[in-house]
Design a protein around this ligand. Structure first.
Ligand code: F6R
Length: 612
């Protein structure tokens, strides 16, 4: 959410900043801006509402030149997205300029104290208040570094910041609390970013800032301190993905690329973790807490959005195969609900980004009560991955499309692996079933590929419904969360109102919505509750709803119930959600394209929600 990039070195910083902003645009795209210290040691600033390309086209590249600079792409929290509220923000004297991710919660109090001191403000943002607070301390101490430090000890909330000072033009200062930042170490240059994708073009060598870290960056390198002025040293790590994985590679959209990557991303999730002869699964990252998991009285799964849907699938899996009670909680509610958490609970946090503020807060809450915490995270080295007691990476690879696709299927796969590992040890699954599941797992990437190969079939149906105003998605059992996920995908990228419901719940209310204009997507694989779902389909048919069914290849009867059939390969219940969600991903993608929506940058959304 929002992207920061900064450069200190010998090259002209502008092209590096603009390239970095473009690569981070999936994190926020309602306005963008840059500030550069020019050869006369003046800060020049340009910012504009709209996409990075618009800002980039309008900027005067002859004037914007200098070896130190910062840039930002914004997802608005305080103040509407316009030129004025875009970052970077100056202090009142145009001496200090700052880009900021996160929220300064006590900005109103600070603003009013500064106003009493005669400070004036041009924008509605919390960031401008922080710039002026730094100014306030700079006037008292005459030192930029000290001023930043003192200002940061006054603020509550979250921040990742990069700032410059015209009075000390040889340096950039960055700091982190709750919003990720990293330092890319190049040859005679340093590139700072909130996201490795903005740095990887220049270096793979990075240092991740931890909470409360600051860095003072100059042309000859950087030094790190805490905001309380203690010297610290953080080891450099290597970025674990290739640049190709964050480029579109010939696809029209990242979302389409990521949907089509799922045969590989799924394999990457289970590769080396399961013995295909025995079905025995081993997740190295969970070994240290495995006994706690075996003895847990209860699992709590908490996450947001799509990851929460994966958690609901996990609930079915763990309860059914491991015979252990599971609760699934919205991370955003978890903390404020004052949940009852016991030390013998195991709390699983699911997050693609590993930075979602609500999920991170839930993690910290769970730790407070002494529960064992486990991360199911995609981004390596992310905050949640670092703070949990143990974890398993889903290894889906970078996900750039704002609508999550391959991360979801890899999250579900990770939960399936956790389930198999526990069930085998608890002996709540037979050896034969384990072997069968392992054999089936081997065929899963091929089955996903088959669906990708027939995606035109899904596209044809999507195009028929592009003008619909509403959609219902219905599923039962382990496929109910798939219905929720299908509805969320449609809402996010095509702005069609959609609701996911347990199929049998429909008659308790939503059935009133059904008429000849209401398309209803049923997830109806041939499983043990197939007949029940067919009854629910009949209920919709009787009211003239348009019926689209996700049906297994071997279902010869479904034609008499459905207006449109989206075929999926048959599989065991454990893997059915992974297969059944794929036509729904395509359905939403093609509907959004047919409606002319910006699939990779849906309105109001941003990847990785790092504010509460
Ligand atoms: C939906 C989507 C969001 C995220 C949610 C959690 O397509 O992407 O609902 O799933 O914001 O994000 P992570 O998984 O990064 O914690």
């Amino acid at each position: 959410m929002c992207g920061i990039v900064g450069y200190v070195g010998k090259r002209n910083s502008l092209p590096i900043i603009l390239d970095g902003l473009k690569r981070m645009e999936y994190r926020g795209y309602d306005s963008a801006g840059v500030s550069i210290i020019n050869s006369e040691n003046k800060i020049i600033n340009f910012k504009k509402a709209g996409k990075v390309d618009e800002m980039s086209k309008s900027i005067d590249k002859d004037i914007f030149s200098g070896n130190i600079g910062i840039g930002h792409t914004r997802w608005a929290t305080h103040g509407i997205p316009n030129d004025c509220n875009a970052h970077p923000h100056f202090d009142m004297d145009d001496n200090i300029v700052i880009v900021h991710n996160g929220i300064i919660e006590n900005y109103k109090q600070i603003k009013s104290k500064l106003a009493d001191e005669g400070y004036t403000f041009k924008t509605e943002t919390d960031t401008e208040v922080l710039a002026n607070l730094i100014n306030y301390y700079f006037k008292q101490t005459g030192e930029f570094e000290k001023a930043v430090r003192l200002a940061l000890t006054d603020v509550n909330g979250t921040y990742g910041i990069a700032c410059l000072c015209a009075s000390e033009p040889d340096k950039m200062i960055i700091a982190r609390n709750g919003s990720p930042l990293l330092i890319g170490i190049g040859n005679d240059e340093t590139i700072v970013s909130s996201d490795a994708s903005a740095v990887i073009n220049h270096t793979r060598n990075v240092v991740y800032l931890e909470e409360g870290d600051m860095a003072i960056i100059k042309e000859n390198g950087f030094k790190m301190k805490t905001i309380y002025d203690e010297r610290i040293f953080r080891e450099a790590k290597e970025i674990d993905f290739l640049i190709e994985s964050i480029e579109k590679g010939g696809y029209d959209h990242f979302m389409l690329k990521e949907i089509c990557e799922q045969p590989d991303s799924i394999q990457n999730t289970y590769r080396g973790r399961i013995n295909f002869d025995t079905g025995i699964t081993k997740l190295g990252g969970l070994e240290s807490v495995f006994d706690k998991m075996l003895n847990a009285k209860r699992f709590i799964i908490t996450a947001c959005g799509t990851a929460w849907h994966a958690g609901l699938v996990g609930e079915y899996m763990l309860e059914q195969y491991c015979k252990v009670p599971v609760e699934v909680e919205y991370a955003s509610e978890f903390r404020y609900r004052r949940p009852i958490i016991n030390p013998d609970d195991v709390v699983i946090l699911i997050s693609q980004s590993g930075e979602t503020a609500d999920t991170l807060a839930a993690l910290r809450e769970a730790k407070k009560y002494g529960a064992t915490t486990i991360g199911v995270v995609n981004v390596i080295g992310s905050t949640i991955a670092r703070e949990v007691d143990a974890g398993t990476y889903v290894h889906a690879g970078p996900e750039i499309g704002v609508a999550s696709t391959k991360a979801f299927t890899s999250q579900v796969m990770s939960l399936a692996l956790i389930t198999l590992m526990l069930a085998a040890e608890k002996k709540t699954i037979s050896k034969d079933s384990l072997k069968e599941i392992a054999t089936e797992l081997k065929s899963l990437p091929g089955k996903i590929q088959n669906m990708i190969d027939i995606r035109n079939e899904y596209k044809k149906v999507a195009e028929l419904f592009k003008d619909s105003r509403n959609f219902l998605y219905l599923g039962r059992g382990i496929n109910f969360p798939v219905a929720l996920e299908g509805a969320l995908k449609l809402k996010e990228i095509s702005y069609i109102h959609a609701e996911g419901y347990p199929a049998a719940e429909m008659k308790h209310g939503p059935i009133a919505l059904i008429d000849e204009n209401m398309p209803v997507v049923f997830i109806a694989p041939k499983d043990r509750i197939y007949e029940k779902v067919i009854s629910n389909i009949e209920e919709v048919r009787a009211r003239s709803g348009k019926i689209i069914v996700i049906a297994t290849d071997d279902d010869k009867d479904i034609g008499s119930y459905a207006d449109h059939i989206l075929r999926v390969p048959r599989s065991s219940a454990l893997f059915a959600p992974i297969l059944n969600v794929i036509p729904l991903q395509f359905l939403s993608y093609y509907m959004a394209v047919a409606r002319g929506c910006n699939v990779d940058q849906p309105r109001n959304l941003a990847k990785s929600v790092t504010v509460e």
